[in-house]
Design a protein around this ligand. Sequence first.
Ligand code: EPU
Length: 439
Amino acid sequence: MSSTFPGREHALRITGGTQLAGSICVSGSKNAALPEMAAALLTKQAVVLSNVPKVTDTVLMAQILSGLGGRVEGEGTMALHMGGAGKSDVSDELGRRMRATIVLLGALLGRFGHARVPRPGGDDIGARRIEQHLRGLRQMGAHITETQTEIVGEVERLRGQRIVFDLPTVTGTENILLAAVLAEGRTEIFNAAREPHVQDLCRLLAKMGARIEGIGTERLVVDGVRELGGAEHTVIADYLEAGTYAIAAAAAGGELRIECSRPEDLHVVLLKLEQAGAHVEVGEGSFRVGRQARTRLKPIDMSTWTFPGFPTDLQAQYMALMTQADGESVISEYVHENRFQHVRELAKMGAGITVQGRIHAIVHGPCRLRGTDVSIPDIRSGAALVIAAMCAEGDSLLRNAWHVERGYEDMAGKLASAGAKIESVTVDSEATTAGHSYE
Ligand code: EPU
């Protein structure tokens, strides 16, 4: 996660063809840590989070919280003292760099009755709408105005309400939870997102004194309390990082033990890997995934869905795996409306993939992949390109590695320790990489 000089950028250099062996320890979840850091706004006491992944998104959230007048100490184990926070306006410059800053809206309204956050734009993986967040907060009494560039909310005190999502939204559920815990009365969220990171946020809030029922289900009931206190909490293991390395092991072959993880969050992913011909052995807090070189991969169709379905955040990696399968597979993306950016870059390596409309992609395996220079379009596509490069003949250079650094702690180091030929290098920036866009 080191910085680069102007005109220089991080890239990943990968030589394909080696199998994986050994073990990798999974870090804490980025998508849990971000709303949990925002939750620290809801108390004057310290919230101490351990297992915070050392990735650029958590560094950015710490900077934003400091900018609001709080004090954030440490990395990995992070003490957040937001008692002294006095500002409820999120800096444009920092806020725009990460879509997850939207969860500050619910937390700031709960703490200050006022919030101003930069409007998260649509991005490469879809429109990324937030109307359900705003509808819920309005129902709770907030007066919200939207401009092209920002969202401003005002409220005397939030009131509990019955909120129905027409489709489960992860940060929308988190936003309403953060608003509801200090609201007056009962909030019910129907069709809530159930992802492990949403559940983990509920557990932290409960430790802080929040009254939440239905954790892990699609109906969350929150009884607002007057005040929340400090808490100590270990951020849940990142099932998306674990799933990424599991898919990498199935693709590259060999045998990898994935430690510090929660295989129970990956049932559908592990099922698909077994159906495709990988060997999976599940333990307590760890699991193994392997494939012998002589075992050919089978093409297995896959559709993404909200938890506990196959996560959209592992779709690109699974597509890279299917390029190595003996036959055609259909991959359907039902969560985000435009999440096939990796297809163009995979094609540069020799993958045969046909995208049909906005939902389906047909992978024409087996594809003989060749190492080449590619440009990472977003975080999960980056993970997919790493997997493809590990299966390719020769060397690949993956530019725009900053995308991967946003959410994967030391991916190159972890994979290299398991035998992959991968290193993080510094190269001259391409002129076209100047404008960063964020998931
Ligand atoms: N949606 C609406 N209206 C809304 C909210 C969402 O139509 O008000 C739609 C979205 O446009 C999208 C779908 O519902 O098509 C799901 O969106 P969701 O709100 O659940 O996504 P998110 O909260 O913006 C989080 C993760 C994403 C992950 C999605 C889905 C964080 C910080 N981000 O985004 O993670 O893909 O949930 O699981 O938790 C990543 O880590 O790579 C990443 C993009």
